[in-house]
Design a protein around this ligand. Structure first.
Ligand SMILES: NC(=O)c1ccc[n+]([C@@H]2O[C@H](COP(=O)([O-])OP(=O)(O)OC[C@H]3O[C@@H](n4cnc5c(N)ncnc54)[C@H](O)[C@@H]3O)[C@@H](O)[C@H]2O)c1
Ligand SMILES: O=C(O)[C@H]1O[C@H](OP(=O)(O)OP(=O)(O)OC[C@H]2O[C@@H](n3ccc(=O)[nH]c3=O)[C@H](O)[C@@H]2O)[C@H](O)[C@@H](O)[C@@H]1O
Length: 367
C-alpha cells in the first residue's frame, strides 16, 4: 500500500541520522543542504568554518591516567576547547594542574551515572575505574558507570549530534581461547565472576554504542585497549607495571601473582593516545584493538623491572585472583590498515620513562 510515511512506520521511513553538532556545522551548512546551486561554494565555506571554529571536546574520566595524557595532547591544538568531567574516584586534579585556569580548559566534578547537559562536538568516554582492585572495590558502581554512565553519554551525544568514542578493553575477550586476539573474536568471559562488573560492563557499553549507532545514526568509535602503562599512573594503582616499579623503588619484593606464566602486552601511553585520536578523527567505527603486540610473561616483566630499577630486590610469588586471563596479545592488523597506527615504544623504551616519573614522585634518587 502506497502511503505517506509516518513517524511510527520505521520500515517505510528509516529514521535519518541526526545532524552533526550545531557547534561544528554553522548556518552555512544548512544553506549548503538546501540550495544545490550553492553547494560547492557552501561546502568550501563550511569546511573553512569548521576548520577555523573551535572544537569542543568532552573527556569523561579525564583526570585519570590515560585521560590526562589525552587532555595534554588535545590541548596542544589551538582550536580545541577541552572539558573534563570526573568524580575523582581513581583520578586526581593533580594530573591536570598544568591546565587549571587555561581559557580553553574546564574541569567539572561530576559522576557520569547522573545525566549531564552540555554542548560539545566530540566525546571521549573514558570514565570507569580500570585497575582490578578499584573496579572490584564497588562492583555495582562499576557496572552502573559502564551501563548507566555510557547510556547518559550516548544520550548526550544524540542530543547534540556529537561523535563519541568509548574506551573499551581487551577484557571483553575474557580469558581468551584464541591467541592473539583479533576484533572478530567474541571472547570467553565469566558472566558471574568477580571481574564481570568490569568486563561484562564494558561488553554492554559496546552493545549500547552499536545500538545507538544502528538505531539513531550516532557517529561512534570503539577502541579495545590492551594494558597501557606510563608516567602518571597512580603509585598505588594496583596494576602490574606500576606495582613492580613502585616496589622496586621502595626496595620491596616484586609480587608476582602465580603462576607468573600468564602473559600481557604492554602499550606505552603516548602511543595509545595517538591511536585514540586517530580513531576519533578517522572514519571507522571499530571496534579496533589498540595495544602493543610485544608479549611478556608477568615473570619476565618482573625480571626486566628488577634489572632496570633495582637488581637487589627479590621476586616473590603470591596468590592470584580468580579469572585472571592466562594470555593476552592484540592482533593490530586492523589498526595498521585503517588507522595507519602502530606503537613506537617498546617496553625497554617506556619503562625508564615511567621509572623517572615514579622516582620524582616517590623522592627516590638514582644512585
Ligand atoms: N590503562 C589500561 O591499561 C586500560 C586498558 C583497557 C581499557 N582502559 C580503559 O581506559 C579508560 C581509562 O583508564 P585509566 O587507565 O586511565 O584508568 P583511571 O582509573 O586512571 O581513569 C579512570 C577515570 O575515570 C574516573 N571515573 C571513574 N568512575 C567515574 C564516574 N562514575 N564518573 C566520573 N568519572 C569517573 C576516575 O576518577 C578516573 O579519573 C577506562 O575506561 C578503562 O576501562 C584502560
Ligand atoms: O588491558 C586491559 O584490557 C585491562 O588490563 C588490566 O587488567 P589486568 O591485565 O588484569 O591488569 P593488572 O592488574 O595489571 O594485571 C596484569 C597481570 O599481572 C599480574 N599481577 C598484577 C599485580 C601484581 O602486583 N602482580 C602481578 O603478578 C596479574 O595477576 C595479571 O596476571 C587493566 O587493569 C584493565 O583496566 C584493562 O582493561
Amino acid at each position: 500500500m502506497a502511503s505517506n510515511s509516518s513517524d511510527g512506520d520505521s520500515s517505510k521511513s528509516p529514521k535519518q541520522p541526526p545532524l552533526p553538532s550545531p557547534l561544528r556545522f554553522s548556518k552555512f551548512y544548512q544553506v549548503y543542504r538546501r540550495f544545490s546551486i550553492l553547494r560547492f561554494s557552501c561546502r568550501v565555506v563550511a569546511l573553512i568554518v569548521i576548520w577555523i571554529s573551535n572544537m569542543r571536546i568532552l573527556i569523561t574520566g579525564g583526570a585519570g591516567f590515560i585521560g590526562s595524557h589525552l587532555v595534554d595532547r588535545l590541548m596542544e591544538i589551538e582550536k580545541n576547547e577541552v572539558i573534563v568531567v570526573d568524580n575523582y574516584f581513581t583520578g586526581s586534579k593533580d594530573n591536570l594542574k598544568k591546565w587549571m585556569g587555561h581559557p580553553r580548559f574546564e574541569l567539572i566534578r561530576h559522576d557520569i551515572t547522573e545525566p549531564l547537559i552540555i554542548e560539545v562536538d566530540q566525546i571521549y568516554h573514558l570514565a570507569c575505574p580500570a585497575s582490578p582492585i578499584f573496579y572490584k572495590y564497588n562492583p555495582v558502581k562499576t557496572i552502573k558507570t559502564n551501563v548507566i554512565g555510557t547510556l547518559n553519554m550516548l544520550g548526550l551525544a544524540k542530543r547534540v549530534g556529537a561523535r563519541i568514542l568509548l574506551t573499551s578493553t581487551s577484557e571483553v575477550y575474557g580469558d581468551p581461547l584464541e591467541h592473539p586476539q583479533n576484533e572478530s573474536y567474541w571472547g570467553n568471559v565469566n558472566p558471574i565472576g568477580v571481574r564481570s562488573c568490569y568486563d561484562e560492563g564494558k561488553r554492554v557499553a559496546e552493545t549500547l554504542m552499536f545500538d545507538y549507532h544502528r538505531q539513531h545514526g550516532l557517529e561512534i568509535r570503539v577502541a579495545r585497549i590492551f594494558n597501557t602503562y606510563g608516567p602518571r599512573m597512580n603509585i598505588d594503582d594496583g596494576r602490574v607495571v606500576s606495582n613492580f616499579i613502585a616496589q622496586a623503588l621502595r626496595g620491596e619484593p616484586l609480587t608476582v601473582q602465580s603462576p607468573g606464566t600468564q602473559t600481557r602486552s604492554f602499550c606505552y601511553v603516548s602511543d595509545l593516545v595517538d591511536g585514540l585520536i586517530r580513531l576519533m578523527e578517522g572514519s571507522h567505527t571499530g571496534p579496533i584493538n589498540l595495544g602493543n603486540p610485544g608479549e611478556f610473561t608477568v615473570l619476565e616483566l618482573a625480571e626486566k623491572v628488577k634489572e632496570l630499577v633495582n637488581p637487589d630486590v627479590e621476586i616473590k610469588m603470591v596468590e592470584n585472583t580468580p579469572d585472571d586471563p592466562r594470555q593476552r596479545k592484540p592482533d593490530i592488523t586492523k589498526a595498521k590498515e585503517v588507522l595507519q597506527w602502530e606503537p613506537k615504544f617498546q617496553l625497554r623504551d617506556g619503562l625508564p620513562l615511567m621509572e623517572e616519573d615514579f622516582r620524582l614522585r616517590l623522592g627516590v634518587v638514582k644512585k
